[in-house]
Design a binder for this molecule. Structure first.
Ligand SMILES: Nc1nc2c(ncn2[C@@H]2O[C@H](COP(=O)(O)OP(=O)(O)O)[C@@H](O)[C@H]2O)c(=O)[nH]1
Ligand SMILES: [Mg+2]
Ligand SMILES: [Zn+2]
Length: 295
């Protein structure tokens, strides 16, 4: 039995790595929802081509979902590196969504603030640290690929399969290229053979840092739908509300103005930040709307 790992995908075809040799692979039959990070059983056809026969069980799956569909991003992730930056357009909602997602899939999140070389970064970094590090106890790092100030990040990559996630323009690919200096070339070589000269991939790409450490770069996401989450579980994904699971009087409480709402009480007592509370209400509504989850 030959085992490989999916390292990137293009439409219906995939690049799989089998013992450090890459093959362009198509799938057997109709199933083609494989994703970067998947461990698969393959049949090698020749020096360049292989066929994916079977998916080995995933430890987890990173995806986003809305009411209508889900889009898979990567699998078997041990660490979610949520990259943010003061520029071009920081969106706190996006950060909160990534954190909730990480909790929902049991993946350790790390908040990586890039571009600490920019003047306007210092105030931004303090505000993120104050809430997310000091109050919520997430790991928060500040780095700059421009200034080669990335030493806080590198040790965290050891023995992990890390996924870089974040809005477009925050510096995910710059981080990747810093850690894996030939990442760009690798992607281009692979992509060229597949799409006749079109160099950019819209899918995630996986790179081996060393034998035990893997980094996955993912194109910028504009939205991060969480429709798959079940309403009663939401409170579990807010560390500041730990202990308040199922304490509201009504099971389907929207934490709006219901009597006996313990979350509103937590807000009054400043246990939860106002913006985080608004976000909680918003995803409660969003996850309520779809009725049942997607998979
Ligand atoms: N000032 C500054 N700019 C950076 C830094 N890292 C990346 N950039 C710039 O941010 C832009 C987006 O970077 P890119 O890596 O393509 O972001 P991605 O869309 O998240 O992959 C590029 O113009 C980079 O040169 C940094 O540490 N400081
Ligand atoms: Mg990029
Ligand atoms: Zn409530």
């Amino acid at each position: 039995m030959t085992i490989g790992k999916v390292i990137t995908s293009f439409g219906r075809s995939f690049i799989v790595d089998v013992n450090s040799t890459t093959y362009e692979a198509v799938t057997k039959g109709k199933k083609n929802d494989f994703v970067v990070g998947d461990i698969v059983e393959v049949h090698i056809i020749n020096n360049e081509q292989a066929q994916i026969l079977k998916l080995l069980e995933r430890n987890n799956l990173v995806f986003r979902s809305n009411q209508h569909r889900m889009k898979i991003i990567a699998s078997n992730i041990t660490q979610l590196l949520i990259v943010i930056a003061v520029k071009p357009n920081f969106n706190i909602n996006f950060l909160n969504r990534c954190l909730v997602f990480a909790h929902s899939q049991n993946i350790t999140p790390v908040i990586v603030i890039n571009k600490n070389d920019l003047q306007e970064s210092s105030e931004f970094i303090s505000s993120i640290q104050k809430l997310y590090q000091d109050k919520l106890h997430y790991r928060v790092l500040s780095i700059s690929t421009l200034n080669h100030d990335i030493t806080k990040l590198t040790p965290l990559l050891d023995n992990n399969q890390s996924l870089l996630i974040g809005q477009s323009g925050v510096g995910k690919s710059s981080i990747t290229n810093y850690i894996i200096p030939n990442a760009n070339t690798l992607t281009n070589t692979i992509t060229k053979s597949e799409t006749s000269g079109k160099h950019t991939t819209t899918h995630a790409s996986l790179y081996n840092i060393n034998h035990n450490s893997v980094l996955i770069d993912c194109p910028g996401l504009h939205e991060f739908g969480l429709s798959h989450i079940l309403v009663p579980d939401i409170i579990n994904y807010f560390p500041e509300l730990n202990g308040l699971q199922n304490t509201c009087k009504f099971r389907d409480c929207k934490h709006n103005q219901e009597p006996g709402c313990t979350i509103l009480k937590a807000l009054q007592e400043n246990m939860i930040d106002k913006e985080r509370f608004k976000f909680l209400q918003q995803i409660t509504l969003e996850c309520n709307q779809k009725g049942k989850h997607l998979y």
